[in-house]
Design a protein around this ligand. Structure first.
Ligand SMILES: [Zn+2]
Length: 246
C-alpha cells in the first residue's frame, strides 16, 4: 500500500504570486470533509467544486501522528475523482508543527501518501511534550512563537505549503507583524515552499497581497472550507480584488 501510494503521488505545481493568472487562481487547496471536522462528504464537495468550475482542488484533511484511516480516505478521494475528469484532484493533509525544528504531528506513511502537505501552527508546544495556554500569552509572545514554529517548518519540514501563516495570532489577537510575514515569505523561496493565501484567517487581505507582490513567493490558495458553501471563497475574494485580470 505504502509503496503503491508513493508511486501514485503527483504534486500540484505552485506558481509565484506575480505569475498568478485566472487558471492558477481557479483552485481550492484547503478543504475538510466529514472524514474530520468538515460537514460534507468527499462526493458532495466534488459535486460543488464542479458546479463552481474549479480547475483543481485538494482535500487537506487534519491528521495526527497516530492517524490510521488515511489509506481509506485516500482511496475514497481517488475513486470519487474518477467521476470528475476535468478537475485536478489532490489528496493532502494539514499537519501541525511540534517544535521549532520543523517536526510535524504526522507519520511518514501519511506524508508519503499525500500529493500536498500543509504545515500549520495550531498549538504552541511548551518543549516538554505539552502545549502552552494561548490565554496566558500576550499578542507579542504568541506571534513570536508562531513565527518561529513556521520558520522551522519552512526551513526543514516535508511540507509543500505553509498553511494559514500567522493564523493563530490573527484569530486571537487580530494581528501578525508584517516583518514576520515578510521573513517567512523570503525564506520560503529557498525550498520553494508555497505560502498560503487563506481567506478564512487573513484579516487584511489587501495588505497581505501587497506583501506578496513585493516578495513574490510561491503561493497556494485555500479557503479552509469546512462546508460546501465555503468552497472557492478565497478564489472569489482574490478575483474580486482584481487578481488574475491582466
Ligand atoms: Zn488549520
Amino acid at each position: 500500500m505504502n509503496l503503491q501510494a508513493r508511486k501514485q503521488t503527483r504534486k500540484p505545481t505552485f506558481c509565484r504570486f506575480r505569475d498568478l493568472a485566472r487558471e492558477q487562481l481557479n483552485v481550492e487547496f484547503q478543504v475538510h470533509t466529514n472524514w474530520t471536522d468538515g460537514e460534507a462528504s468527499i462526493l458532495e464537495i466534488l459535486r460543488a467544486a464542479k458546479a463552481l468550475n474549479l480547475g483543481a482542488m485538494a482535500f487537506t484533511e487534519h491528521v495526527r501522528e497516530e492517524t490510521s484511516w488515511f489509506p481509506e480516505f485516500r482511496d475514497e478521494v481517488r475513486s470519487a475523482a474518477l467521476g470528475f475528469e476535468g478537475m485536478r484532484i489532490y489528496v493532502g493533509c494539514e499537519t501541525k508543527a511540534m517544535d521549532y525544528d520543523g517536526r510535524l504531528d504526522v507519520s511518514d506513511t501519511v506524508i508519503n501518501a499525500c500529493d500536498i502537505v500543509l504545515g500549520v501552527v495550531h498549538r504552541l508546544p511548551d518543549g516538554r511534550g505539552g502545549y502552552l495556554d494561548f490565554k496566558q500569552l500576550s499578542a507579542d509572545e504568541t506571534s513570536e512563537m508562531e513565527y518561529r514554529l513556521s520558520m522551522g517548518m519552512i526551513a526543514k519540514a516535508p511540507i509543500d505549503v505553509l498553511g494559514h501563516p500567522g493564523g493563530m495570532s490573527l484569530r486571537r489577537h487580530g494581528h501578525f507583524p508584517e516583518a514576520y510575514f515578510r521573513a517567512l515569505m523570503n525564506t520560503s523561496l529557498d525550498r520553494q515552499i508555497a505560502i498560503e493565501i487563506n481567506s478564512s484567517y487573513l484579516v487584511d487581505m489587501p495588505a497581505f497581497l501587497a506583501l506578496c507582490e513585493e516578495v513574490n513567493p510561491f503561493v497556494s490558495i485555500g479557503s479552509d472550507a469546512h462546508k460546501v458553501s465555503e468552497l472557492a471563497r478565497c478564489r472569489d475574494q482574490l478575483i474580486a480584488l482584481g487578481l488574475g485580470s491582466s
